[in-house]
Design a protein around this ligand. Sequence first.
Ligand SMILES: C[S@@+](CC[C@H](N)C(=O)[O-])C[C@H]1O[C@@H](n2cnc3c(N)ncnc32)[C@H](O)[C@@H]1O
Length: 397
Amino acid sequence: MPSNPALFEAIAHRINTSAHHRIPFAEFMDLVLYHPEHGYYITGTALGPGGDFVTAPHLGHDFGELLGEQFAQMWQYLGQPRPFTLLEMGAGQGLVAADVLSHLERHHPECLAPLQYKIVEISGGLQKTQRQRLAAWGDRIEWVGWDAIAANSVIGCCFSNELVDALPVHQVVVTEAGLQEVYVTLGETGEAELRETLGPFSTPRIQEYFQDIGIHLSPPGYPVGYRTEVNLAALDWLSTVADRLQRGYVVTIDYGYATQRYYAPSRRQGTLQCYYRHGHHDDPYQYLGQQDITAHVNFTALERQGEQCGLTREGFTPQGLFLMALGLGDRIAAISETEAADTSALQQLLRRREALHQLINPLGMGNFGVLIQHKGMAAAPPLQGLMEPAPRPVPRR
Ligand SMILES: C[S@@+](CC[C@H](N)C(=O)[O-])C[C@H]1O[C@@H](n2cnc3c(N)ncnc32)[C@H](O)[C@@H]1O
């Protein structure tokens, strides 16, 4: 049964008014996550320890502060522009923005002075949370839609953490009759039930995408029943970002793989995951509007798309190494050297150490990817986050 009957009705209406009484999976995912009234993200209660999942900034201030360190260096490499724009896309509860801004205020006031912090956020509910959290920063922060940002106008850095995995994806399945797209339709029993059906591609872009990345999903290389995702929205999003950027960087942090791993024949069920109350499963038709649905990011596709839109690949590195290169190792070492005055202080130190380890854990967030692209830059030295972290003893757990 759907968990939100009003959302189910909206989806049913969309299906009933669509050709062949079915909608592509991507349209279904767009509705459950971003329906203007009932979408999972729109209500804005999803994130954090009290929601369904946590992201890096929920583990403490370190993630945002170390990003701030990287932004300060970018400002230098850009020749200290005034204004210097940080454009955060998909800002969640505004935690990263708060940590970046406080870090710049404390450690790089010269970079804070010319800073314009802009946020593009689709969710009214989350925008409200962001405005509350960031109220003290006044008009240094501006919430904008893409229409309000002129082409070729941004000098600075456009960045996102776990945005791209939340964009709606098309799903495809290998069949005896060739590659087909997954559609969502209504059950035949008249019950409030959704079911899947297969059909030809809803857009020629899916075919073009696989041609572009050189992947041919057909037997015998891929078994019948092989299912995977195509994130066309990510490509459109990156084109928009590239269009607005005049000079500077694009930093995309998320979980994902390069093409060959993404479409490995052994990954028979693709990467779609649903998150509900800190558990995960693979049924997107449960808890409609009350669970997150995500798909891993194909970083190679973002790199290729970037190249077509004037973005040059600066580098790609796992989040763990990125944060270590920016000083996370020093922070872990400082904890080890801190003496706790009492049990409560000791527990606090241990919790903090655990959180830092989570940020770099190679089996978790440490293995997220950090893709950095740039545009309009004369040769600049390598960014600190992409450099080899200084060798240091492996921290004890
Ligand atoms: C998984 S959350 C990550 C939030 C935050 N970056 C963090 O690290 O906690 C995804 C965020 O992207 C936003 N979002 C999703 N699609 C968007 C779009 N097309 N434009 C702007 N924001 C979007 C969501 O509302 C949410 O704030």
